[in-house]
Design a protein around this ligand. Structure first.
Ligand code: UD1
Ligand code: CA
Length: 457
């Protein structure tokens, strides 16, 4: 069924005590608003309208790529007033309009879909939940089984305040009725606001059925109002992520010490030690082991590879059976073939290393093409940047680069070449031969070490 989605995002978020608009704060690496936009897309919204107000320009710029329409609400006179602003932007041909909150990020698409079904273009469907402490929420007032109204906390009588069933801020309404109802709202209440929730009593008065659907869990309807609540939701999200990975067979050393900020896909027999962060799209093939304290972003790690602790990987491909770290850094464009070894304090950027190549200690490979079985010595680097441009270093198969060498790009080392330790190589090194480019060692005969002169009285 063609669907409008309205996302309420005009509020200030005073309790965040931040200059950043509330809905742009991040949960699992993605803004709250992006989470809600993703849910709207999953539910099948054919028109999405975001109501902005505080920080409107920033919010609109951040969500520009979503294809949503933006409506500004200035000033903010309440949730009903917000929807009034959205009505002209709705597609009136879409029979149902779903209302979501920009600061309720973990709403599940299944739940929203069930609410849309419950509405069906003819009923007003409210998402509700029972809370042990309902303070601050709108209460669901029933007459027997039938929902009669939502009464805001500030307007509620002591008896109504005892009600535990609350409105989550999410509803699905027949589009034409919603438009008519919000146009008729008044602000005759304690807060002098136009309450969207007053449309429930209007529906009841007109004999339009009102149905309440219970949310499956508290997590999906919790809102973010403070840094504390944001951190709480982040932990709930991460816990759920850890549980779904473990259910798929991933062995986490500690589910409480894992952070996934994006999409992590794992093969079988993957092991992840504590305090690892995965960002963007990360793929771990069968049998990958990730050591403690690694940060992996937008990367693909091949079968059986071992990433030792404290390694940082971004925009890289690691081949099957490779060993990386501890304390290694793979930067964008690093492509390691099978069985490659990258050791401690080695940085690789925009370089390919073919099968079996090794750089085990204190090295930099930037803009390099490295052949099979190359051994790149400790302390050796490619000098790839001349201060203006980047240049490539090409190292053939089976080259052995000694320790503390500088390869001044552009330069080529032929297959099987050996480079003597301490060399600065700025011309091609021929294949299969030893090239040394450093001052010869000399011993000065009869040299005397200076002696300390005794000071005169
Ligand atoms: C609202 C509901 C309450 C429900 C609660 C759930 C009303 C009158 N009350 O209360 O029944 O239990 O949510 O969290 O709807 N917003 C605007 N423009 C405005 C006012 C709010 O865009 O003029 C947005 C806010 O940014 C927020 C959402 O609407 O995303 C809800 O506003 P908020 O002030 O948090 O609603 P409550 O008063 O808590
Ligand atoms: Ca309010």
């Amino acid at each position: 069924m063609a669907l409008n989605v309205v996302i309420m995002a005009a509020g200030k978020g005073t309790r965040m005590k931040s200059d950043l608009p509330k809905v742009l704060h991040k949960l699992a690496g993605t803004s709250l608003l992006q989470h809600v936009l993703a849910a709207a897309a999953q539910v099948g919204a054919t028109r999405t309208v975001v109501i902005t107000g505080h920080g409107a320009e920033q919010v609109e710029a951040a969500a520009a790529a979503s294809g949503a329409l933006f409506v500004r609400q200035l000033p903010q006179l309440g949730t009903g007033h917000a929807v009034q602003q959205a009505v002209p932007a709705l597609n009136s041909g879409n029979p149902v309009t779903l209302i979501l909150n920009g600061d309720v990020p973990l709403i599940r698409a299944e739940t929203a879909r069930a609410l849309v079904q419950a509405c069906g273009g003819t009923r007003l469907a409210l998402l509700t939940i029972e809370l042990p402490d309902a303070t601050g929420y709108g209460r669901i007032v029933r007459d027997g089984e039938c929902v009669r109204a939502i009464v805001e906390h500030k307007d509620a009588s002591p008896a109504q305040r005892a009600i535990r069933e609350v409105y989550t801020g999410i509803m699905a309404a027949p589009t034409a009725l919603l438009a008519r109802w919000v146009a008729a709202l008044s602000n005759d209440n304690v807060q002098r606001e136009y309450y969207l929730t007053d449309i429930v009593a209007m529906a009841v008065a007109e004999g339009v059925p009102v149905v309440a659907t219970a949310a499956a869990s508290e997590t999906e309807v919790l809102g973010v109002n403070s840094p504390m609540q944001l951190a709480d939701l982040e932990r709930r999200y991460q816990r759920a992520m850890a549980e779904s990975l473990m259910a798929a067979g991933v062995r986490l050393a500690d589910p409480a010490r894992l952070d996934v900020r994006g999409l992590l896909s794992c093969g079988s027999d993957v092991e992840i030690d504590v305090n690892c962060i995965f960002e963007g799209r990360v793929q771990l093939a069968d049998g990958v082991h990730i050591g403690a304290n690694c940060i992996v972003r937008d990367a693909s790690i091949g079968a059986g590879a071992v990433i030792h602790p404290f390694t940082h990987i971004e925009g890289a491909v690691v081949g099957a059976g490779a060993l990386v770290g501890p304390y290694a850094r793979l930067r964008p464009g690093a492509e390691l073939g099978e069985q490659v070894h990258i050791g401690n304090f080695v940085e690789v950027k925009n370089s390919t290393l073919a099968k079996g190549a090794k750089a085990n200690h204190l090295a930099y490979l930037g803009d390099a093409t490295v052949g099979e079985r190359v051994n790149f010595g400790a302390g050796s680097i490619t000098a790839n940047y001349d201060g203006a441009n980047k240049h490539r270093t090409v190292i053939g198969d089976d080259v052995h680069v000694g320790s503390n060498c500088v390869l001044v790009a552009p330069v080529t080392l032929g297959a099987g070449a050996t480079i003597g330790g301490g060399s600065t190589i700025s011309k091609p090194a021929p294949a299969g031969q030893l090239t040394v480019a450093r001052a010869r060692q000399a011993t000065i005969a009869g040299w005397q070490r200076p002696k300390k002169v005794a000071k005169q009285g």
